[in-house]
Design a protein around this ligand. Structure first.
Ligand SMILES: Nc1ncnc2c1ncn2[C@@H]1O[C@H](COP(=O)(O)OP(=O)(O)OP(=O)(O)O)[C@@H](O)[C@H]1O
Ligand SMILES: [Mg+2]
Length: 261
């Protein structure tokens, strides 16, 4: 697998490596599209560990994480869930947006997040000890409802927290240029617009214009679309359905973007 491109912003790489050496679980905070998933992919790659990613959703139960008995050819067999697999093989298990999942899913991660480092598998009547190298990483978007409410304070205080946010303009410009495959001037224009949208006073937007959106817009430019069309398609119309807001964002884009076309 090729090395995922990750441009460090602060001390997050050092913090993650130190936590990994101690086997400490990591809590990643940050808005959508700021680089959480990419960061974990890069860390797993640097540490030479397999990454097992589980996307939280509202119907997710502990069985989806831990495993269940399934009928196979008339026999009932136990099938490990992704968390159990990661625990057994010493992988990094990334529980993405675990906030979405049901309450019982957070219960199974408690004993994994502290000195016990074991996963209770009630249906098998055992606990699986975590193999060396196992590391739990959970992500959480502070803009949404708090997963931290459903994780016991005693468990939460065993996590090392890393906060990612949209990078400073120069770094974000590098990221957008590199990921979208566009020149630095176009990337800078997109980043300037992104920051202008983020700086809107009392923004009525659900989420700010993320690095991801700017990269998507850049990708359309790389495909030959004008900067203005690309921004309308990948940023303005994506951020809101409200016609007034869409036209206000369009005007902001016209004011901020260079008058090239
Ligand atoms: N520091 C960075 N270095 C390299 N690429 C980055 C960085 N930050 C963001 N990106 C780019 O932004 C894109 C979106 O980031 P990513 O998917 O990791 O966001 P996320 O925080 O996981 O979002 P979500 O909460 O929606 O899952 C990545 O695919 C990557 O191209
Ligand atoms: Mg993600």
């Amino acid at each position: 697998m090729s090395t995922p491109f990750y441009r460090p912003v602060g001390d997050e790489v050092e913090v993650f490596h130190a936590a990994a050496r101690r086997g400490l679980p990591v809590l990643l905070k940050g808005p959508t599209g700021c680089g959480k998933t990419r960061f974990v992919e890069a860390m797993a790659n640097q540490l030479g560990r397999e990454l097992v990613t589980v996307a939280g959703h509202e119907d997710m139960t502990s069985a989806d994480l831990v495993g269940r008995f399934l009928l196979k050819g008339g026999k009932t067999v136990w099938v490990d869930g992704p968390l159990t697999r990661a625990v057994r093989q010493g992988s990094i298990c990334y529980l993405d947006e675990i906030v979405e999942a049901r309450q019982d899913t957070t219960v199974v991660i408690h004993p994994l997040a502290d000195h016990r480092r074991e996963l209770p598998v009630d249906r098998l009547g055992t606990s699986v000890p975590a193999a060396p190298g196992f590391q739990l990483v959970i992500s959480y978007n502070p803009g949404y409802q708090s997963v931290l409410k459903s994780i016991k304070e005693s468990t939460r205080q065993r996590f090392v927290a890393i906060e990612l946010d949209f990078p400073p303009a120069d770094i974000e410009t590098d990221i957008v240029a590199c990921e979208a495959g566009i020149d630095a001037d176009t990337a800078r224009a997109l980043v300037t617009l992104g920051r202008a949208i983020r700086d809107l006073d009392g923004s009525p937007l659900r989420e700010a214009a993320s690095t991801r959106l700017l990269i998507l817009a850049g990708g359309l430019v790389a495909e030959g679309l004008s900067l203005r069309s690309a921004v309308r398609a990948a940023v303005v119309r994506v951020l809101s359905d409200d016609p007034d807001l869409v036209s206000a964002l369009g005007e902001l884009a016209d004011a901020v973007l260079p008058n090239r076309e």
